[in-house]
Design a binder for this molecule. Structure first.
Ligand SMILES: [Zn+2]
Length: 303
């Protein structure tokens, strides 16, 4: 659920900034007040209607839900799938959810609903083996070895050059025959390195996010299947998430915010293209719910 952005978080919680919920700390500027206002979003009329009619049934499990079913990852009956925008992503996203994380609180499902072809949600400990694909995968996690988005291409290139055996440790465990077998693959990787000098960064094919509380994340990150993956740290950004976790700075992003900001940076810094709102609709549900909750709080304050 919470993904720290910025490097200051990896060294502990030095910053103790207040969250958006403290009105006295908000700057009058409309962008600071609500960064979601600038988004280019599809019409949210369908959500307005669904809100008015209240909870509806999940077409799969028949549970009563608002907007979408967070266990089946499908919209409810009052929200026709065709009225929900579809976002095409430049790479695949795996989200690893901690089983203890309350499903209804997670924004990870937004990503699956809005980019169904590119997003897969796994419930820990059921996660894929990533070892063979280390040269084209990265994990969003701030830590002592994490790098910034703009350096992804450079670091993945190193993985590719070294092939699957990226550490002495791994190589010594592999029998010689297996090493010999992967040689053509290594050669291919090297060729890719040379040919991709101009299109650097296109090699990243998948990015992994961990969807859990920060304490649970630390348990998942030590899983051996996630060892040796390139770790990425996001730029510092402030969250708009209404379920702010006590004691955590407002630079801890909700999962959908982290995904969104990663893609914006990836688009500009790796794909080197102008950002024109291509991924804004990933915040289709998030921005709607944000406004709902903000208005509700405003009303409560006036009474
Ligand atoms: Zn369901």
């Amino acid at each position: 659920m919470l993904i720290p952005s910025g490097s200051e978080n990896s060294q502990g919680l030095k910053r103790n900034t207040e969250c958006l919920e403290s009105p006295e700390l908000q700057t009058p500027s409309s962008f600071q007040d609500n960064p979601l206002q600038q988004l280019q979003l599809a019409s949210q009329e369908v959500l307005e209607k669904a809100k008015k009619s209240g909870r509806s049934k999940c077409p799969r499990c028949s549970s009563s839900r608002m907007f979408y079913c967070y266990t089946c990852f499908v919209p409810v009956e009052t929200v026709p799938t065709k009225e929900i925008p579809v976002v095409k992503l430049p790479l695949k996203i795996d989200i690893i959810k901690h089983p203890n994380e309350t499903d209804g609180k997670s924004t990870a499902v937004h990503a699956k609903l809005l980019a169904p072809d590119d997003v897969t949600i796994y419930k820990y400990p059921c996660i894929p083996e990533y070892e063979e694909k280390r040269h084209e995968i990265a994990l969003i996690f701030p830590g002592p070895n994490s790098i910034s988005v703009k350096d992804i291409a450079f670091h993945l290139q190193k993985y590719a050059k070294k092939g699957v055996c990226d550490s002495d440790d791994d190589c010594s465990r592999e029998p010689f025959l297996k090493q010999a077998k992967i040689e053509p693959e290594e050669e291919k990787n090297l060729n890719e390195c040379i040919s991709s000098n101009r299109s650097e960064g296109t090699r990243l094919k998948k990015i992994i996010f961990i969807d859990s509380t920060w304490n649970q994340t630390n348990k998942i990150i030590t899983d051996e299947r996630l060892q040796g993956l390139l770790q990425i740290e996001l730029k510092t950004r402030k969250t708009c998430f209404w379920r702010h976790q006590k004691g955590k700075p407002d630079t801890y992003l909700s999962t959908i915010e982290a995904i969104y900001y990663f893609l914006v940076d990836y688009h500009q810094e790796i794909l080197k293209e102008n950002y024109k709102g291509q991924y804004d609709n990933l915040l289709f549900f998030f921005s709607f719910m944000y406004t709902l909750i903000k208005n509700a709080k405003c009303c409560a304050g006036k009474e």
